[in-house]
Design a protein around this ligand. Structure first.
Ligand SMILES: [Mg+2]
Length: 234
């Protein structure tokens, strides 16, 4: 056998073995938790570019600051409080509902239906939910644009956790309590690695979904192809 043929067989075996390991690691999972933004659609859709523009103008208007100061505040709140909204609520006592409505009033024209992903999610055994730091009505719109409506047992936004955001442990406790998610038989898919720390500590399988892999103790798997990963799980 040529060296090239042997290398090809080795790589095929390696792939098959990797798939088997993934399948085993998820064989106990009956509750599936998906983040929304940049997880159930590819970040190249750049919806966050639109949301960030809306956030900046909202902060400018509400706090009477210029664009540079609004952007500085946004990134410091994101870093220190998990989300811009959490910082605005804690430091400025801001009303969350008008904010959520304003920042999610964006065009979804860049999203396309994803039949393969829909089929993979539909095949997952047990309960499936979406849990986003955005709002639930926004999540419904995004799911519809992706052709993923009707596949989930529940759709939860930051409002369902009393406006406490991921990565706070309390936020996960509230949502999982409402949704009936048992961490010991659950998996979480998410693009922001910070939001996998609590699920990992709770005993969940954690999957980081992003173009660039992220290595961390609380990340079990990293993938840039959610459909392909779910195909291995099944
Ligand atoms: Mg996300």
């Amino acid at each position: 056998m040529s060296k090239i043929a042997k290398a090809r067989i080795d790589s095929a075996l390696c792939f098959a073995y990797g798939s088997l390991m993934v399948k085993r690691a998820f064989s106990h999972v009956r509750h599936w938790v998906f983040d929304l933004d940049n997880t159930l659609y590819h970040p190249s859709a750049r919806l966050f570019d639109q949301i960030e523009v809306k956030m900046t103008s909202y902060v400018m208007e509400e706090l009477g600051v210029d664009a540079a100061e609004a952007d500085r505040l946004r990134s410091s709140y994101w870093r220190d409080h998990g989300t811009t909204l959490a910082g605005l609520m804690r430091e400025h006592d801001m009303d969350p509902l008008p904010y959520l409505e304003a920042v999610h009033d964006i065009s979804l024209d860049h999203l396309e239906e994803d039949r393969e992903l829909a089929a993979r999610i539909k095949d997952l055994p047990g309960k499936r939910i979406v849990y986003t730091n955005g709002s639930a009505p926004y999540a419904e719109r995004v799911l519809a644009a992706r052709g993923l409506s009707g596949l989930f047992d529940g759709i939860y936004g930051v409002e369902d956790a009393g406006f406490r955001p991921k990565p706070e442990r309390e936020a996960f406790d509230i949502i999982f309590g409402k949704a009936g998610i048992e961490a010991s038989s659950a998996a979480m898919f998410e693009d922001d690695p910070r939001n996998l720390a609590a699920p990992h500590a709770m005993g969940m399988r954690t999957v980081h979904v992003a173009p660039d892999p992220h290595e961390d103790d609380h990340v079990h798997y990293s993938t840039d192809d959610l459909s392909g990963f779910l195909a291995k799980v099944l």
